[in-house]
Design a protein around this ligand. Structure first.
Ligand code: MG
Length: 251
């Protein structure tokens, strides 16, 4: 494992990628409505990122064809945008997107309700976002990596939901995926030490049912909940500083 610690100046530079990533996510999320295709969302996000002078972080990554990952309902992550996928009232959709500028990457995600959704779906979204913020709050300097996973897991499982274990958060910097892996489960006080200069993406994936996954299948990307239950996903890129966690993917 090789962790690339960032200097305060480098963290400042990463804020630019973070701001553009956050704007792309927010503005694309505002377009979510019944009748729009996930490819339209993707094209919008790509244009926005390029207009900001950045480039999409996901496009071409291991051959991925989108600027966003768009994952509907029982899809957990890595759904491929398509003209054939039209959002329907009652769906939930995770949008994950990132931008690269000045050689630094930003990465963030959120799950949106399409029109009005069931109370159960709304609660899943709410709990997953809360779990992400609990994980961020737990990312304190001189704490341990397991503090983050423990905090996320406590919120998600406390609400009766399943935490996905096969996919995890990650270090981020010049590369979208750097060391360390940041699991959404764990024991407080265990794992590597959290030090100022670490920049990580905290991204709980929470299923309404079991946390087990299935896939990807023919498209080589889309991951589903094993039991077909709804899945939600939120993500922020944060830096660990002496003063505490600092969210970089914000406007
Ligand atoms: Mg990520």
């Amino acid at each position: 494992m090789q962790i690339h610690y960032k200097t305060p100046d480098q963290i400042e530079a990463m804020k630019v990628a973070g701001r553009i990533s956050a704007k792309a996510l927010r503005k694309t999320g505002e377009l979510v409505r019944p009748g729009i295709s996930t490819l339209e969302l993707d094209r919008f996000a790509e244009n926005l990122i390029r207009m900001e002078g950045a480039r999409p972080a996901f496009l071409g990554y291991n051959g991925f064809v989108g600027t966003i990952c768009s994952s509907l309902n029982d899809q957990i992550v890595h759904g491929i945008p398509s003209l054939d996928v039209i959002l329907q009232e009652g769906d939930i959709i995770s949008i994950d997107t990132g931008a690269i500028i000045g050689g630094w990457v930003g990465d963030n995600a959120a799950t949106y309700a399409v029109g009005s959704v069931s109370a159960a779906a709304a609660r899943l979204i709410e709990v997953t976002e809360k779990a992400m913020w609990a994980g961020i709050e737990a990312a304190q300097p001189h704490g341990r990596l397991g503090d983050i996973g423990h905090a996320v897991q406590a919120v998600a499982e406390g609400a009766g939901f399943g935490v996905v274990r096969e996919y995890v958060g990650h270090g981020i910097g010049h590369d979208m995926h750097e060391d360390p892996n940041v699991p959404n489960f764990g024991k407080r006080g265990t794992g590597i030490k959290l030090r100022p200069g670490m920049v990580i993406a905290i991204e709980p994936m929470v299923n309404a049912g079991s946390g087990k996954t299935r896939g990807p299948y023919e498209d080589r990307w889309t991951v589903y909940s094993a039991d077909g239950s709804l899945s939600a996903h939120f993500e922020r890129t944060i830096a660990i500083t002496e003063e505490g966690p600092l969210v970089l993917t914000c406007e």
